[in-house]
Design a protein around this ligand. Structure first.
Ligand SMILES: Nc1ncnc2c1ncn2[C@@H]1O[C@H](COP(=O)(O)OP(=O)(O)OP(=O)(O)O)[C@@H](O)[C@H]1O
Ligand SMILES: [Mg+2]
Length: 371
């Protein structure tokens, strides 16, 4: 049997652990025609959750636009046109929407692998400032029947466009008149999403409700893991499943990656136990070791000590006496400076409940090297 765990991709169907509460809350936004900005840590499951939650509400059609690594307005316009093409619409309707954007010389083709329609527009024409208005009109047009939900994923990558201020202002001015159309803006770079939606100088200031995608409920996730292993005639106890979730810091994608590695180091009929976790982690470390070693080699001894302290004592307050004592430092100022550097290196980030590692496997690796 193939490995039943999936990571590094959007998951659905059997590979998706139900998130009943979150799905219900997101659906309520769709029904209300409410715009939402959705944030959460990397690999926490934002894209999979939003795609699952919005499909199927009031016959909702999903226009999904991924802005990952766009570099120009032309890229943005082309991604919107592609999103419209994949919106599950009838051919005559798609052709009407395309006619509307004739200045961008749209053409329709079909994906060689899955046969889905693909609208392509002229890259040069799409760079002209007026083209943004045209593709935004395509979205307005497709949403006229009140059954469309529009998702912009990795929305913070709009900052990669040279004149992003103009682009954001134009997008906002078009979106604000579509009162009943729910727009979802997903992003994982918290301070950039904050800048778009919470900075009073941004055109999107307070224009959408905030929604945080956190960890999957531990009980639900552990039952999901048990069921997946069972499919391959392997057993795992709820306690071990919880230990796996904890080792991967509750990050959905990392949990599935660790489970996939556990699957690889065990065989049919096996009872997966705590003692299998180190071997599974080694599988993951083998893939990641070079990057981890490089990251650590760039740190000063003080920064490394703080990093190890964070891995060892995730629950201690970083400026509290107990934490300082545990890392053998007395100077809170030096800790603060080190934390800032660790954040600049994208190794840790601050949350309401303290500092967290950006990569849960890096934390596990630091932990192993520190003990
Ligand atoms: N509901 C879920 N049940 C089980 N695993 C999930 C679920 N949602 C996400 N995952 C796991 O997390 C991985 C990443 O999911 P997804 O791409 O949806 O997250 P994301 O937060 O959008 O990530 P990114 O920050 O990279 O955009 C998936 O490949 C899968 O392993
Ligand atoms: Mg995503």
């Amino acid at each position: 049997m193939d490995n039943p765990f999936r990571y590094g991709c959007v998951v659905s169907g059997d590979h998706f652990c139900e998130r009943v509460k979150a799905e219900r809350e997101l659906r309520a936004f769709v029904k209300a025609g409410q715009n939402v900005f959705v944030q959460g840590e990397r690999r926490m499951g934002k894209t999979s959750l939003v795609r699952k939650a919005v499909s199927g509400v009031r016959g909702e059609r999903l226009v999904y636009v991924d802005l990952y690594c766009i570099g120009s307005q032309s890229d943005l316009c082309r991604r919107v046109a592609e999103g419209v093409g994949r919106a599950n619409e009838s051919m005559p309707f798609l052709k009407r929407v395309m006619a509307f954007a004739s200045r961008l010389r749209p053409s329709l083709s079909f994906d060689a692998t899955d046969g889905s329609p693909k609208i392509t527009i002229d890259a040069l024409a799409a760079e002209e400032p007026a083209s943004l208005g045209i593709v935004m009109s395509m979205l307005e047009k497709i949403a006229t029947d009140g059954k469309t939900c529009i998702v912009f994923d990795e929305f913070q990558d709009v900052f990669r466009i040279k004149d992003f201020e103009r682009v954001l202002a134009e997008m906002r001015s078009r979106i604000q008149f579509q009162e009943d159309v729910p727009y979802f803006f997903l992003g994982s770079v918290r301070h950039e999403m904050w800048r778009i939606f919470n900075d009073s100088k941004s055109p999107f200031f307070k224009s959408a409700a905030a929604y945080d995608v956190g960890e999957i409920d531990v009980g639900d996730f552990s039952r999901f893991i048990e069921a997946r292993f069972k499919k391959g005639l392997r057993r795992i106890s709820p306690e071990t499943a919880r230990m796996v979730i904890d080792t991967a810091s509750g990050v959905s994608g990392d949990v599935q990656e660790l489970c996939a590695a556990l699957w690889d180091v065990t065989s049919s009929g096996h009872e997966v136990t705590e003692s299998d976790i180190p071997a599974a982690l080694e599988v993951v470390f083998m893939r990641e070791r070079k990057g981890f070693e490089k990251a650590v080699s760039m740190l000063t001894p003080v920064q490394l000590r703080v990093l190890q302290g964070l891995a060892l004592h995730p629950k201690l307050r970083v400026f509290g006496a107990e934490f300082l004592k545990s890392i053998g430092m007395a100077n809170a100022g030096a800790v603060s400076k080190a934390l800032k550097r660790l954040e600049d290196h994208n190794l840790v980030h601050e949350t309401e409940s303290g500092y967290r590692f950006d990569d849960s496997f890096f934390r596990a690796w630091v932990l192993k090297s520190a003990t």
